[in-house]
Design a protein around this ligand. Structure first.
Ligand SMILES: *Cc1c(COP(=O)(O)O)cnc(C)c1O
Length: 547
C-alpha cells in the first residue's frame, strides 16, 4: 500500500503536473490537435479493464495519466486553431483558478455568508457579466451559474412554464406547476404551451421535453421569417399568432436566438419581438449562448443591446468567455418563478438548507452612497444557489469565472472578441476569393451601420460574414466534388487529419457544409503564425495537395 498522505508523493506528482502544464502553455499552438490513431489505440488499451484490489497510489497514477491516458484525448482542443463547434479556450487566470477550485473542493451550496464568501463571489461574477454585456444589474435579479447553455435553457423554459400556468385564464390565479404538476382542466387548450422560434438550438427541444412542455413539431413551431433574413421574425405573422393564442388562452414562449450556431448571424428586431411578447403576455427567452458577447465589438453592439428585454436569458461561460468546462449563465427578471421551482416550502426544508434564505434586494435607501450599482446583491442577501438551480451540490464554478473577468477586464474581453471576429473575416475573405470553396454566410456590408464614433482607432474592414463563424463548402474545382453528398464531410476529414487546424461539419439548407468558428483567445495573437497555417491548409487541401 502506498501512503495517500505522503507529502513527498504529492509534491513529486505536483511537480510533474506543473511541468506538463508549463509545456502545454508554451507549446499549445504547435501541438497536433489530434493524436495519431496509433497513440489513441495504445492509450485505450492501457486502460485497466477492471478495478484492481490494490491501488497504484498517487504518484504512479499521475504518471499513468500523463504518459498513457492523456495522450489518448484531444491534444489541443483549447488551442488557437481548434475551430470546431464554438469551443472557446481557457484563459491563464481561469485555468489556474480552476486548479485552485479543485484543491479547495468547496461545495458552494450550503454554507452561510458568515462562513464563506463563495456564494457572494458567484453573485459578483454574475453581476460583472451583466456589466460586461451592458445590462443593468437590477434587470435580472434571478441569476445562477449552470452547467452550460443547455442547463440555462432548461431553467428558462421551466420558469416560462410556471409563469404561463400561473397566468392562464383557465386556471386559478397563480397556479403553481412546480408544486401542483400538470393541471387537469378540460378547458385548458392542448397543448397548453407552445414555443415559437426561428432556428432554435437543439438544446431548446431537449429543455422543452425535460420540463414537460414537449418538443414535437406541434409544440415547437418554426415561425415565418423575413424574405431577406431567415433569422428575423416576420413581425406581423408573429403578432397574428400571439393574438390567436391569447384568444384561446394558450401559453406562448418565444425563443429568440442571438447568434446562430451555423452562421454566427443575428437576425434583427429583438426589441419589437420583446414588445409583442409583453403585449400578449408571452414569455421571451433569449438564447445568447455565445452570440451575446459579440456586441463587445462596437460594430455588432446593435445586435445584443436589447437582450435586457428578455424574461430569461442564457449565456455561456465556457464558450466565448473562455472559462473551463463546465460553466453556463442564467438570468431572469422573475426571481420568484425561479425560486418557486427550486426552493422547498420552508416548513419542510431541512434546517441546514434554511441558511442564507434572505431575499434578494438592491442597496437600501440609506446606502445611497454605496459604490455599487443598483441591483448589486449584498453578501448576506445571496440566495443559496441551492434555491435557484438544479444541483444540490456543486463545485465552485465561479472561481475560474471571476478570475478570468478580473484578469482581463472589459477591454481584455473586447479585444479577444474583436480579434476573433477579424480573424474569421480574414478566413472568409480567403474563402470567398478562392475558386475551390464557396462562402455560404456572406452578409451585405450595408446591414452593418457604421457610426461616426466607430471610425477611430483602426480602419474598419468590410464585414463579409456576420461574426466569428465562417460557413462554406467545396466547389467543383476542388477534389471534393459537390455532386457527391459526402464531399463536405470528406473535406472536414481532410482538414482535420492535418492536425494543424480543426473544423466541424454541419448541414446547411439541406446540404453538407463546413464551419470554422473562431472563439479562442489565443487565435491570431501576434507572432504565432495562426493565419499562415490556416491559409496554407485551406489552400493546399482545396487543391488536393499534401499539407
Ligand atoms: C452552444 C449553444 C447551446 C448549448 O450550449 P452548451 O453550453 O453546449 O450546453 C445552446 N444554444 C446556443 C445558441 C449555443 O450556441
Amino acid at each position: 500500500m502506498t501512503d495517500p498522505l505522503s507529502q513527498e508523493e504529492f509534491t513529486s506528482s505536483l511537480t510533474r503536473i506543473v511541468s506538463h502544464l508549463q509545456t502545454r502553455h508554451s507549446e499549445l499552438s504547435q501541438l497536433s490537435i489530434l493524436s495519431s490513431p496509433t497513440t489513441i489505440s495504445q492509450s485505450l488499451s492501457s486502460l485497466p479493464t477492471t478495478l484492481s484490489s490494490d491501488g497504484l497510489g498517487t504518484s504512479k497514477t499521475i504518471q499513468y495519466l500523463l504518459s498513457s491516458l492523456l495522450p489518448g484525448i484531444l491534444q489541443a482542443q483549447n488551442g488557437p486553431r481548434y475551430f470546431g463547434f464554438v469551443i472557446g479556450g481557457v484563459t491563464p487566470a481561469a485555468q489556474l483558478a480552476d486548479i485552485l477550485a479543485g484543491s479547495h473542493d468547496e461545495n458552494v451550496q450550503v454554507a452561510g455568508s458568515e462562513e464563506t464568501i463563495s456564494t457572494a463571489v458567484e453573485q459578483r461574477a454574475l453581476e460583472m457579466i451583466l456589466d460586461l454585456v451592458g445590462i443593468e444589474r437590477s434587470t435580472f435579479m434571478g441569476r445562477t451559474i449552470t452547467t452550460g447553455a443547455t442547463g440555462s435553457n432548461v431553467l428558462g423554459l421551466a420558469c416560462a412554464r410556471d409563469y404561463l400556468y400561473a397566468h392562464s385564464p383557465h386556471l386559478p390565479p397563480n397556479y403553481s406547476y412546480a408544486q401542483d404538476g400538470p393541471p387537469s382542466t378540460p378547458a385548458l387548450p392542448s397543448p397548453p404551451i407552445i414555443i415559437l422560434s426561428l432556428h432554435p438550438h437543439f438544446s431548446i427541444a431537449k429543455a422543452a421535453s425535460l420540463v414537460g412542455i414537449g418538443s414535437s413539431s406541434s409544440i415547437i413551431h418554426q415561425m415565418p421569417a423575413l424574405p431577406d433574413d431567415e433569422l428575423a421574425f416576420d413581425l406581423s405573422a408573429l403578432e397574428a399568432r400571439l393574438k390567436a393564442e391569447k384568444e384561446v388562452g394558450r401559453g406562448v414562449i418565444v425563443v429568440y436566438g442571438v447568434g446562430e450556431v451555423n452562421t454566427g448571424a443575428f437576425g434583427s428586431g429583438l426589441a419589437q419581438v420583446a414588445d409583442l411578447c409583453k403585449q400578449y403576455a408571452a414569455w421571451l427567452h433569449v438564447d445568447a449562448a455565445f452570440g451575446g458577447f459579440a456586441g463587445l465589438m462596437p460594430q455588432l453592439a446593435h445586435y445584443t443591446k436589447d437582450m435586457d428585454k428578455a424574461d430569461s436569458l442564457t449565456l455561456d461561460g465556457h464558450k466565448w468567455l473562455q472559462v473551463p468546462y463546465d460553466c453556463g449563465l442564467f438570468y431572469t427578471r422573475h426571481v420568484s418563478f425561479l425560486t418557486n421551482i427550486f426552493q422547498p416550502p420552508s416548513a419542510s426544508a431541512p434546517a441546514y438548507l434554511a441558511v442564507n434564505k434572505s431575499t434578494l434586494t438592491g442597496p437600501t435607501a440609506d446606502e445611497d452612497e454605496s459604490p455599487f450599482p443598483e441591483g448589486t446583491v449584498r453578501a448576506q442577501d445571496v440566495t443559496s444557489p441551492l434555491y435557484v438551480g438544479i444541483e444540490n451540490s456543486r463545485r465552485f464554478r465561479a472561481l475560474p469565472l471571476i478570475a478570468s473577468l478580473i484578469s482581463l477586464g472589459k477591454e481584455g474581453y473586447r479585444e479577444i472578441i474583436t480579434r476573433n471576429i477579424l480573424f474569421a473575416r480574414r478566413i472568409a475573405t480567403l474563402i470567398s476569393q478562392s475558386t475551390e470553396y464557396e462562402l455560404l454566410n456572406p452578409t451585405p456590408p450595408s446591414s452593418f451601420p457604421v457610426s461616426e464614433g466607430q471610425q477611430d482607432k483602426k480602419k474598419i474592414e468590410i464585414p463579409i460574414i456576420p461574426s466569428n463563424i465562417v460557413l462554406f463548402r467545396p466547389t467543383a474545382s476542388s477534389p471534393f466534388s459537390p455532386d457527391d453528398p459526402t464531399s463536405s464531410a470528406r473535406l472536414v476529414m481532410a482538414i482535420n487529419r492535418t492536425g494543424k487546424m480543426y473544423v466541424s461539419g454541419t448541414r446547411w439548407r439541406g446540404l453538407g457544409a463546413v464551419r470554422i468558428a473562431v472563439s479562442n483567445w489565443r487565435t491570431g495573437v501576434e507572432g504565432e503564425g495562426d493565419w499562415e497555417i490556416v491559409r496554407d491548409v485551406l489552400e493546399k487541401i482545396g487543391k488536393g495537395e499534401e499539407v
